[in-house]
Unconditional design. Structure first.
Length: 81
């Protein structure tokens, strides 16, 4: 995973949704992105409880924090729409 800040994530997602014109499409994009984050968080949790490895990489607290930050950034933008 990359070491990104919530500000970078907000900037990234805002640039992604700027390609769309309707708010409903922007919200749908953000919903899909958030669902992917939730699924990744579920995978991380499963791996952390079992072997501690996911796709050949060690699962750490930093991984959880980064996914959590990404979900917060998505929620922040969604609330703005």
């Amino acid at each position: 995973m990359y070491n990104t800040t919530e500000f970078d994530l907000v900037k990234f997602y805002k640039s992604e949704i700027s390609k769309y014109t309707k708010n409903s499409v922007k919200k749908a994009f953000l919903t899909r992105a958030r669902n992917q984050c939730a699924e990744h968080m579920s995978d991380l949790t499963w791996a952390y409880k079992r072997s501690g490895w996911l796709h050949g990489e060690r699962v750490t607290g930093r991984d959880f924090a980064q996914v959590h930050d990404e979900m917060n950034a998505i929620d922040f933008i969604y609330e703005e729409l």
